[in-house]
Each structure stands twice: as C-alpha cells, then as structure tokens.
Design a protein around this ligand. Structure first.
Ligand SMILES: *Cc1c(COP(=O)(O)O)cnc(C)c1O
Length: 386
C-alpha cells in the first residue's frame, strides 16, 4: 500500500483531464497560430479554455496569459514589473515566507539595484499588515505576497493587502499556486493585479500554468520569440496542456465546498490525535486559518528527513521542510521565519492531503508515525524521556 501525502508538491492528474488531453494529442494537433483548418480548430479550443479559466476568477479572457507554470509566472510578474518601470529607484515588497520562485527573482533584482523589503510574519505565518503599510513608499512599484503558503498552509489576508495596494496605487501580485483548488478567487473583489497559478497543483498536467494580468497593467515580456499570447509570452501554444488545465479547474470548482469540508474534518482529527498522543510535537501554521489539506508538524529531537525516510519505508509519502530544500541540510526558511526554536525548523514534516485522501488512510499514517517517532527518538542522543 502506498499513501500519497505530498499533494503540495504535485497532484495526480484527474482521469477526466487525461481523457480530455488525449483527444488533443491524437486528433486536434494543429498549431493554434496556423491559419488553416487544423490551426483554427486548435485555436477554438484554446479560446474556450481561456474563457473558462477567466470566468473562474471573474477575469476577462484577455487577462489570462498561458505560461509553463508557477515558476515562470512568478518570475515574469516580478521581473516584468521591475523591468517595465522607468523609475530610477525601484522598491518591491514581499514576504520572508514566499516560494523560491518569488524570492530568487527578487534576489536577482536586488543585484540590479532594486531594493526589496521582506515582510516578517507572526508565529502563525501571517504577514504584518502594519509593517506592509509602513513599508510602502514613493518608490514602491510592486507588492508580492503569496495567497497561501506551500509549507505551512497559512492563508494571507489577501483582501486587506489588495485594498492597501489599490489605495496606495501600487501593483499587487499574488502567487496563488497553492490556493487554486480550495479557494474561490475573485480577482476584482480582492484587487489582485497579477496572479500566478499552475495546473499540476490542482490535478492538471505539469508544465502549464498562467499569469492573470489585469487589463492596463504593463510588464516586460520574459520570453521573446514568435509573439504568441498577444505578443506578451512567446512559444508555441501547448493546446493539450491548456485544455487539460481548464478541465482540471472546472472540476475543482464543481466540488470545492464538499471536498474542503471533508479535508478539514480529516485534517483536524489527525492534528488533534498527534498533538495529544505524541509528546513534544508542535503544529506549524495556524489551527484554522490554513489550507484544508495542509498539516505541518514539528517533531522535537528528530530530523525531518529521517522521519520522511521511515515513513517512506512504511509506504507513506510526505515531505520535510520544502521539497526543493531537501537534500540540503538548511532549515526551512518558512518555519525559521515563524520564530520557533532552531531545532524545530529541522524537524518539521508536511502531510499534504489530496481530494481523495481518506480518514482510514490517515488513521494508518498516525499509527505508523507514532512507531517511527518512538524509534527515532530512542536513537536520538538529545532525547530524554519526560
Ligand atoms: C509549486 C509552487 C510553485 C512553482 O510552480 P511550478 O508550476 O512547479 O513551477 C510556485 N509557488 C508555489 C507556492 C508553489 O507551491
């Protein structure tokens, strides 16, 4: 038996999505930029997908730009705003707990002379709204704060951030990659100017995503070439990936509330059981203000990586720190930003549930977890039973 609890890293492609994509790989294979019949057919379905995706976010179809995924969308939004700005001094505000796809482009811009403010978060991982207000100055061109965190699941006060940015006349970008399946997002209600998302995080294919870009917002292209996506993002349109993404998004929206309720019930039962019955365990992130499928717990006296390996032997797939950081011994930058003891940032495990995760599976995970933690603590020189 294998239990997959790494849905924040990627999700299993939905069967209906696969069926939809197969149609396009086999039959409707034209280049949607071609003028002939094959091209027109492909374009028809790309346009349908664009309309469907836009309507999910209360956006216009012309505001959706297809990309290769979350990383590209984040890079494009951030570098694109900075490089489009004619200001001599440029300032960007982001947070300490962003995904590397946001932090790394910010670091690159810093080398070009752009100044970056990294907002602190409280012990639950929520940004400090007052600090955000105080950080905005005449040079601020962009605020980039993620919708929900990929490690600890904390959901940010996006509406408040959007209102502040609108009032101050500063562009607002949000990396919403982790939020799409469970949160209903209205870009107008939330005053979002730029939003990144990625299909493989919501039961769609890997290698496709989009950037929502509000009409009138100008950013420099990241990729130059054949002028696809209205000249703003070149590269042959991956028709099958785009229709797959649109289908995946429709499926998420259809069943969102029920799946969320089911996940929350399983999540909270599991967290309660672990915190009550396994000593020296700490929940990272907020108890309720978190993604329905996210569980992140620190197990004191244990290396997260060791626990991950033990669970893997028991057929349970989880992640320690962030997937991108594993292999290195660096503590998770997200857990560190919460201000917890240093040891705890090395001992965190993320269990990210998917729409098909069951209570029975999580009961099994709990039993295996309890055994693994006891074993590892026996081996730990730091651990004194108390
Ligand atoms: C997965 C993820 C990304 C990267 O998306 P890709 O499509 O894999 O490039 C960016 N931001 C967050 C929050 C993510 O979880």
């Amino acid at each position: 038996m294998q239990i997959y609890l790494d849905n924040s890293a990627t999700t299993k492609v939905d069967k209906e999505v696969i069926l939809e994509m197969n149609k396009f790989m086999g039959e409707i294979y034209g280049n949607s930029s071609s003028l002939h019949y094959f091209g027109r057919e492909a374009l028809k379905y790309v346009n349908e997908a664009r309309n469907s995706i836009a309507s999910q976010f209360n956006a216009l179809p012309s505001e959706i730009f297809f990309t290769s995924g979350g990383t590209e969308s984040d890079n494009w939004a951030i570098k694109g705003v900075a490089h489009n700005s004619k200001q001599k001094t440029k300032h960007i505000i982001t947070s300490k707990i962003e995904h590397p796809a946001v932090l790394e482009p910010c670091a690159m811009l810093e080398k070009e002379g752009v100044s970056i403010t990294y907002l602190d978060v409280d012990k639950y991982g929520v940004i400090d709204i007052e600090q955000l207000k105080n950080s905005i100055n005449d040079n601020t061109i962009l605020v980039s704060v993620m919708f929900a965190n990929n490690e600890i699941g904390t959901i940010q006060p996006i509406k408040e951030i959007g209102e502040i940015c609108k009032k101050e006349g500063v562009l607002f970008h949000t990396d919403a990659v982790q939020a799409i399946d469970t949160q209903k997002i209205d870009v107008n209600d939330l005053n979002i100017d730029l939003m990144s998302f990625s299909a493989h995080k919501f039961y769609g294919p890997k290698g496709v995503g989009a950037l929502y870009k509000r009409s009138g917002v100008k950013i420099e292209p990241l990729i130059a070439g054949g002028h696809q996506e209205r000249g703003e993002r070149s590269g042959t349109t991956p028709v099958e990936l785009i229709v797959g993404m649109a289908k995946a998004l429709e499926l998420c929206a259809k069943d969102r509330e029920n799946i969320n309720l089911k996940k929350i019930k399983i999540r909270d039962a599991f967290i309660d059981k672990v915190l009550t019955n396994i000593p020296h365990t700490y929940l990272n992130g907020h108890k309720t203000n978190r993604l329905p499928g996210n569980i992140n717990i620190s197990f004191e006296f244990i290396e997260g990586e060791s626990l991950l390996m033990m669970l893997d032997l028991a057929g349970i797939a989880v992640s320690s720190g962030s997937a991108c950081a594993s292999g290195s011994l660096e503590a998770s930058h997200v857990i560190s930003a919460l201000g917890v003891k240093d040891e705890l940032s090395h001992s965190s495990i993320r269990f990210s549930m998917g729409k098909d995760t069951t209570m029975e599976e999580m009961d099994y995970v709990y039993e295996q977890l309890k055994i693994a933690v006891e074993r590892l603590r026996m081996l730990s020189p730091l651990y004194v039973e108390s």
